[in-house]
Design a binder for this molecule. Structure first.
Ligand SMILES: NC(=O)c1ccc[n+]([C@@H]2O[C@H](COP(=O)([O-])OP(=O)(O)OC[C@H]3O[C@@H](n4cnc5c(N)ncnc54)[C@H](OP(=O)(O)O)[C@@H]3O)[C@@H](O)[C@H]2O)c1
Length: 309
């Protein structure tokens, strides 16, 4: 059975996000085709009711036209390569959706390129993480409105109530998602710093961090889903002793800061949050050595020597 939009959806990339998307479509009674580089993940989805295929060629041959290819892959080269191949194999009327955290300027080029080949393109920022499968995914959609309307039944199936939005022309979906993720950096940073102060204070030993995170979800001004997640984390381990404070980033914060510079937008909190992540990856900071050395040089202040030297 094709979806009510007449498009037949196929999910390409069955990692943490892609498999959640495929499963949620299945749970909403939508027929779905799936493909993944590693075939075991495809087989798992087949056992749950999806149609499995094992190459992009087979995907295009098997899914009835017009097709809706939902790509959920690492942004950049991997997504580009899959779009290129699907546009070569696919046909008039097919739509490619990029659900990755891609750079919005790439969307503008892709839309133009695909249009010349008779295919449609939508950029969709996806939020909700691995919880989206159960709770619904928050979707930010960019591209031609007519294509959005064709694919809307899929967005409706994936999102919670009122959880998807047409944000504007090509790039708008990923731009809004970029801003969303930039905000996420600063929110996380604020919680992290606040809880560290509490943890290190004389009161930090007397109160369980999880209880505070739970309390602040009850009527407090700073209640949020991040606090719910933090409560879960602290319930597992109050002192986080098993976790190394090494924090990665996946690009959106960097792009947002560059946009803010271009548009003269003060962006201190978010920029600081990104740089804190960089700092978290350094064993030893050269800049901090300089601070210590300079204080010693001008004021005779104490310098702690590296034990290795
Ligand atoms: N995780 C989140 O909370 C989240 C939220 C919103 C958006 N996103 C975005 O969604 C996308 C997918 O994220 P994810 O968390 O689902 O990642 P993931 O669990 O690491 O899955 C990555 C997927 O990409 C495939 N893949 C990786 N490298 C490939 C290659 N060279 N050739 C072909 N396939 C390749 C993997 O296939 P194999 O199974 O064969 O390795 C897998 O299907 C990313 O762009 C991410 O930024 C993630």
């Amino acid at each position: 059975m094709a979806g009510s939009g007449g498009l037949n959806p196929a999910v390409v990339g069955l990692g943490r996000m892609g498999r959640g998307i495929a499963r949620r479509l299945l749970s909403q009674g939508i027929e779905v085709w799936v493909y993944n580089r590693t075939p075991q993940k495809t087989e798992t989805l087949v056992s749950e009711g999806a149609h499995g295929v094992y190459s992009l060629e087979e995907l295009v041959k098997t899914v009835p036209s017009p097709r809706l290819f939902w790509l959920m892959l690492p942004a950049g080269e991997v997504t580009d390569r899959h779009i290129e191949e699907l546009s070569r194999l696919g046909g008039e009327g097919d739509i490619i959706i990029d659900g990755a955290n891609s750079y919005y300027k790439d969307d503008i080029l892709r839309e133009k390129d695909l249009e010349e080949r008779g295919l449609g393109y939508l950029d969709v920022g996806v939020s909700g993480g691995v919880w989206g499968e159960k709770e619904g995914f928050c979707l930010m959609v960019g591209g031609k409105r007519a294509l959005y309307e064709k694919a809307e039944y899929v967005f409706k199936a994936l999102a919670p109530k009122d959880g998807y939005l047409y944000c504007g022309p090509a790039g708008a979906g990923h731009f809004v998602k970029m801003v969303h993720n930039a905000i996420e950096y600063a929110l996380m940073e604020a919680y992290a710093e606040g809880f560290e102060l509490l943890w290190r204070s004389p009161y930090g030993r007397g109160v369980r961090m999880a209880d505070v995170a739970a309390l602040w979800q009850r009527g407090s001004v700073i209640r949020s889903w991040l606090l719910e997640l933090l409560e879960r984390v602290f319930r597992r381990e109050n002192d986080l002793s098993s976790i190394r404070g090494y924090v990665e980033d996946s690009g959106e914060g960097r792009w947002a800061i560059k946009e803010a510079i271009d548009l003269d937008v003060p962006f201190e909190g978010i920029a600081y949050s990104l740089f804190r992540r960089f700092r978290s990856r350094q064993e030893e900071s050269f800049a901090e050595k300089i601070l210590a050395a300079l204080r010693a040089e001008f004021g005779g202040h104490r310098v702690f020597k590296d034990e290795k030297t």
